[in-house]
Ligand binder design. Structure first.
Ligand code: HSE
Length: 294
């Protein structure tokens, strides 16, 4: 099965909005084993742990198995196309793919919110926080709003108009845990008002297929000003992409990847050219994806 990359936050919706991409996807093969418990096989050289409790897919599967009354053994073989630490939901893809695959093996006995709950244990292993804004779109597909994660996940799938997504992954490392630690714990009321205006408008813009409103709502006055300093080329990519016709965009999850949304493919290609230009000028290795919301 394929586990998609995801873009969390979608600029203004820190921890509450995310969408799935058509590519890249991890490939995962799961099978039941005689021996109860979880077996992880990593097919790449990313040095990811294989001990289930320390592996994101493993931690998600252990949570899944705790909810299964009979003894069950699951082996998962993971081939990663989504580079760990890229900011497009690599850990979430492993965790979400693992529980979706395991659920299929056991006759789909768990609901999507339950799968989100299990997979969040994987995110906890990776970043120390059980956020669901990569996990939920990974499991539901499309765009999702996470109204709450406690006491249980309350996920709202959102319809959206056709959108092209251009992603650039500059080859630097930004750990989600570090990118969360630098955030301020208090938000001035004035900024909170601006931010919830944008989140509401983005949701409305998506549902009403109102591209202009989507563009206006892609503004983050709380997280981006703090995090963008970690990402070389951020302002140039953003300004250049908007000049090329993108609706808007920003940091994908906690970075370092940046994403831009466009109404049509030609604009998305022009945005991709802007991204190449910026990172070539900075002499920074980078990789781009031109894709759509899945
Ligand atoms: N909402 C999370 C963050 C996403 O921004 O820290 C991490 O991919």
């Amino acid at each position: 099965m394929l586990a998609p990359a995801t873009v969390a936050n979608v600029v203004c919706g820190f921890d509450v909005l995310g969408f799935a991409l058509n590519e890249p996807n991890d490939t995962m093969h799961l099978r039941l084993t005689e021996q109860p418990g979880v077996t992880i096989i990593n097919e790449d050289d990313y040095n990811l742990p294989t001990e289930p409790a320390r592996n994101v897919a493993g931690a998600a599967l252990l949570a899944f198995l705790r909810a299964v009354p009979e003894p069950v053994g699951i082996e998962v073989r993971i081939s990663k196309a989504i580079k760990p630490g890229s900011g497009i939901g690599s850990s979430a893809a492993s965790a979400a793919g693992a529980v979706v695959g395991a659920n299929q093996l056991l006759g789909n006995r768990f609901s999507k919110p339950e799968l989100v709950e299990f997979a969040m244990y994987g995110e906890e292993v990776s970043s120390g926080v059980r956020h669901a804004d990569n996990i939920a779109p990974g499991i539901y597909g499309g765009v999702t709003l996470i109204r709450a994660t406690t006491p249980r996940p309350d996920i709202v799938p959102l319809s959206a108009p056709p959108l092209f997504v251009t992603v650039v992954h500059p080859q630097i490392e930004v750990k989600t845990s570090d990118a969360r630690q630098i955030l301020k714990q208090q938000v001035p009321l004035k900024l909170a008002i601006q931010q919830w205006g944008n989140v509401g408008a983005l949701v409305a813009g998506l549902l009403q297929h109102d591209y202009d409103l989507i563009g206006r709502a892609l503004e983050d006055v709380i997280i981006e000003p703090v995090r963008s300093i970690l990402i070389p080329g951020f302002q140039e990519v953003k300004q250049g992409s908007q000049a090329a016709g993108a609706l808007g965009g920003g940091i994908s999850g906690s970075g370092p990847s940046l994403f831009m949304l466009s109404k049509d493919e030609a604009t998305a290609r022009a945005v991709e050219a802007v991204m190449h230009d910026v990172y070539e000028r900075l002499g920074l290795d980078h990789h781009t994806y031109l894709t759509t919301i899945n």
